[in-house]
Design a protein around this ligand. Sequence first.
Ligand SMILES: CC(C)(COP(=O)(O)OP(=O)(O)OC[C@H]1O[C@@H](n2cnc3c(N)ncnc32)[C@H](O)[C@@H]1OP(=O)(O)O)[C@@H](O)C(=O)NCCC(=O)NCCS
Length: 181
Amino acid sequence: MSISLSRLDPSGADRSGLIEFFTSNGFPFHVHSAPWTVDKVADMIASGAFRNDDNDSFWILDDDLGAVGYVRLEDLNDDTPLFDLRLSTEFRGRGLGVGCLSALTDHVFETKDAERFEGHTRADNIAMRSVFLRAGWSKEAHYRRAWPVEGHSPQDSVAYAILREEWASGVSVDVHWHDFP
Ligand SMILES: CC(C)(COP(=O)(O)OP(=O)(O)OC[C@H]1O[C@@H](n2cnc3c(N)ncnc32)[C@H](O)[C@@H]1OP(=O)(O)O)[C@@H](O)C(=O)NCCC(=O)NCCS
C-alpha cells in the first residue's frame, strides 16, 4: 500500500468530484455529520474554503485502490497548520488511516516551514485517535465539552501534534504533562 496526495482544483476539474464526495458520505464525528447538500459544497467552493491563501485540499490516492478520501490543510499561514482528513465511507476501518496521516505529515514538513503540525478530533473518535498515536503523534490537549454535536450535549475534544524534530528523527519529545512543581 502506498499513499500519495493529489492537489485539488476545486472550482475546475475537481468541482464535480467534490460535490460527489461530500454529498455521498456521512461524517459521524464532524460537527455537521450528515452528507452535505450540493448547495453547501458549492458555497464552500465559491468561498475559497478548499483552496485559498490559508487552505489547500487534496485527494488521497492509494496505489491499488485509487482515490480513498480527501484532506484539507488549514491555517497554512500560521506557525502550526491543521488538517481535516476524511476517508470515503467504504474505505474506513481498513487500516488506511496511518498511511494517509503519514503521507500528509511528510507533505507538510517537506513543503512548508512549519515546526509543528496539529490535528483536533472528537474524543470518542477512537479510530482517529488510534491513527494519531500509531503515526507517532502525541496528545497535547483535552478540552472538556468543547465539540458541538447537533441535537446532543457537546463532547470532549482532543488535540494531537507532531513536531518537525519528531518527524525527522522518529523519536518522541516529552509533552511534560506533569510539570507543575
Ligand atoms: C478517522 C479515519 C481517518 C481513520 O482511518 P481508518 O483507516 O478508518 O482507521 P483504521 O482502519 O486504521 O483504524 C484505526 C484504529 O481504530 C479502530 N477503529 C476503526 N474504526 C473504529 C470504530 N468505528 N470504532 C472504534 N474503533 C475503530 C481500528 O480497529 C484501529 O485500531 P488499532 O489502531 O488498534 O488497530 C477514517 O475512519 C475517517 O476518515 N473517518 C471519517 C472522518 C473522520 O472522522 N475524520 C477524522 C477527523 S480529522
